[in-house]
Design a protein around this ligand. Structure first.
Ligand code: ATP
Ligand code: MG
Length: 389
């Protein structure tokens, strides 16, 4: 007997000729996140993926592998010989373990016989093993319609038994959709935006703007912490950290007060576009959500957007704050996001920001600034931080 984790993937099963490419990426990522837990063997058997896990590492392996995109669910279980006696023994064991963990009154055995050469047919296995379980346990009965517990038996090159399906995030393996640059603030939204795009297969790097010393070092630590939480899903990445205080001072001095936010946002986008181009990143990702704040009206977003040519992904555009918060709590960034440190946007916050900016007005105001010079200076002083899991 060996302890294993069985892995089910969803959408990539549909990828036809590219399936191998997607699977290889997935296997590579699984190996990477489990490597320091005794280098467990990750293998394919009749088109399903399994991890050989030492008992003591099982929970941590599941905890980490659950965050690998492309996986729909995973199941801790047993790998045994294809022998009815053994199958019976471990099915009973698995049921007894499940009973210890939660209140179970009914069960059902579900067998899949991928190896058609195995002499006992699925229905027969269900019946026989079901009867053995009844004989060897107390106070549980069979319910084929709505059981408290499913006992899964998979007959492949080996036999596999499991009783639990732990939900993972689905999506596509990281890196199967290129690489993008996440504009990461310290707030609730942008980490969620990064998570959502990474789930669709985009590997990410991140860029953060600060106004040190107007914003504190602790605010920087907070963003780094958020990046590290994201790395559990997105693998190691780079965090480009850029001081925009000089730019903000210039805007504050030379442009109308109510345009401060929108012009700063255009600078953020332009800087991000340059950094993306230099580093072969094919899209920008932001946490903007329609109507959330003054700069995120349709007109505001349009004026922001027209500062760059690179595609900009806004996965939160149609979500309410409450929906974003649910994801944020789920992926564990929420508690860090709500720490109360200043963001650079709050440093020169106008009292009444324009909600219906006109591009021509904004461009007029920007013509009072040495835009290229300011951008180059900011990028020249950029700090690059390696974020590791
Ligand atoms: P968040 O929770 O992400 O801070 P928000 O509701 O506060 O979002 P804004 O401050 O208007 O929204 O910012 C919108 C988006 O612009 C953010 O989601 C993020 O992608 C980007 N952004 C804002 N501030 C910064 C910053 N300091 N550094 C990098 N990106 C930023
Ligand atoms: Mg913000």
């Amino acid at each position: 007997m060996d302890r294993i984790v069985s892995i089910s993937f969803g959408e990539i099963a549909l990828k036809g000729a590219n399936r191998k490419y997607f699977e290889d990426k997935l296997l590579k990522h699984i190996r990477k996140v489990t490597n320091d837990l005794g280098r467990p063997k990750v293998y394919k058997e009749m088109s399903k993926v399994y991890i050989e896990a030492e008992e003591k590492n099982l929970d941590e392996i599941i905890n980490r592998v659950k965050k690998v995109f492309g996986i729909v669910h995973l199941s801790p279980g047993y790998r045994i010989e294809k022998d009815m006696k053994k199958i019976s023994e471990y099915a009973i064991k698995a049921v007894k373990e499940a009973i210890e963990k939660k209140d179970i009154k009914t069960f059902k055995v579900v067998t899949k016989r991928a190896d058609k050469k195995f002499p006992v047919k699925s229905m027969e296995i269900n019946r026989e093993i079901g009867a053995d379980i009844l004989k060897n346990t107390d106070n549980i009965t069979v319910d084929v319609h709505n059981p408290d517990l499913y006992v899964y038996i998979d007959i492949r090159n080996n036999a596999y038994i499991f009783t639990e399906k732990i939900k993972a995030y689905g999506g596509l393996p990281l890196g199967t959709n290129g690489r993008g640059l996440l504009l990461l603030s310290g707030g609730i939204d942008s980490p969620v935006a990064g998570f959502m795009m990474a789930k669709r297969g985009i590997a990410i790097d991140a860029i953060h703007y600060h106004s040190y010393p107007f914003t504190s070092e602790r605010a920087e630590e907070k963003v780094k912490k958020l990046a590290e939480i994201l790395a559990r899903y997105c693998d190691n990445f780079r965090l480009f950290s850029i001081n925009i205080l000089d730019i903000q001072k210039e805007i504050n001095e030379k442009c109308p007060e109510d345009e401060m936010t929108i012009i700063s946002r255009r600078f953020m986008m332009k800087i991000a576009e340059r950094v993306a181009e230099k580093n072969n990143l094919d899209a920008l990702i932001t946490g903007e959500s329609l109507g959330q704040v003054a700069s995120q009206t349709i007109k505001g977003l349009n004026v922001t957007n027209s500062s760059v040519d690179i595609p900009v992904f806004r996965p939160l555009i149609g979500l309410d704050k409450s929906e974003i918060t649910v994801v944020s709590k789920d992926i564990d960034t929420y508690e860090t996001s709500i720490l109360p440190y200043d963001d650079c946007c709050t440093v020169f916050l106008p009292k009444h920001p324009v909600t219906r900016p006109k591009l021509s007005d904004i461009e007029n105001s920007e013509s009072l600034l040495e835009v290229d010079n300011l951008i180059n200076k900011a990028i020249n002083n950029m700090e690059v931080i390696d974020i590791t899991i």
